[in-house]
Design a protein around this ligand. Structure first.
Ligand code: FPP
Length: 248
């Protein structure tokens, strides 16, 4: 599939976009439907956003699909979300391959039901030859736990004498995170108007631009996604410096 960087009057296209997909429950409630109906419609938004991100030349798209905290939702909702995830991973292989998308995941994957883990492996393998967008699903993800696990691993390496405490720096810490193979997000989008990070990528988004859309995730389509990218393109990133010395 061909990509069209810098079309749609976007200005600069972020290399990595991370999305907090919020508002499925409210979308359903507003229609007197069960919450899972909102999640189901949310999958359609996932498909649209993945396709659009690939089209405009985004290289990495990280979606917050299931947080560590989401395990505390009612059992029926958790089970329905797991089924939806498994179905998505199974049914989407054709679409991902057609769009040259490679599937990745971050988070405590071992927490997921075995069926989901197996399908995740299958879909990862089935898309591993694709060279376009890398779609990273955050599953059973929590940023504080990610950083804590990194600290534990580093402490073990120090205890074994493999490294000294002075070797611990930002690069070393980042190399122990789930995201070690990905650049930091340039843009983070949250839907449904909430102004919270919800334990998502706390380390990695230190310098990301934040765009909050009032639109609920099931209503978040191509135009809303492109609007967020346009807003990013209009901002001047200074990384704590001054404009004339900006990195980009
Ligand atoms: C937040 O809405 C959304 C989630 C907890 C799950 C996100 C899941 C999907 C978009 C569908 C499955 C995803 C994939 C990749 C197959 P909410 O339930 O917190 O909404 P609310 O705040 O309005 O209650």
């Amino acid at each position: 599939m061909k990509s069209y960087p810098n079309t749609h009057g976007l200005g600069s296209v972020p290399r990595h976009i991370a999305v907090i997909m919020d508002g499925n429950g409210r979308w359903a409630k507003g229609r007197m439907l069960a919450r899972i109906r909102g999640h189901r419609r949310g999958v359609e938004s996932v498909r649209t956003v993945v396709r659009t991100a690939g089209e405009i030349g985004v290289q990495y798209l990280t979606l917050y699909a299931f947080s560590q905290e989401n395990w505390s939702r009612p059992k029926s909702e958790v089970e329905a979300l797991m089924r939806l995830l498994e179905d998505f991973l199974k049914n989407e292989i054709g679409e991902l391959n057609e769009n040259n998308v490679q599937l990745h995941s971050i988070g405590q994957i071992e927490d997921l039901p075995v069926r989901v883990r197996k399908q995740l492996d299958l879909t990862r393998k089935a898309t591993s030859g694709n060279t376009g967008l890398k779609l990273v699903l955050a599953l059973s993800y929590g940023a504080r736990r990610e950083i804590t696990l990194a600290a534990q691993q580093i402490a073990r390496e120090v205890a074994r004498g493999l490294i000294s405490p002075e070797d611990v720096n930002e690069t070393l810490l980042a190399s122990h995170l789930y995201t070690r193979d990905y650049p930091d997000p340039d843009l983070i989008i949250r839907t449904s108007g909430e102004l919270r990070l919800s334990n998502f990528l706390l380390w990695q988004i230190s310098y990301a631009e934040f765009v909050v859309s009032p639109v609920l995730w099931p209503d978040f389509g191509k135009e809303q996604f492109l609007d967020a990218v346009r807003e990013y393109g209009q901002r001047q990133r200074r990384f704590g410096g001054v404009a004339s010395h900006a990195h980009g």
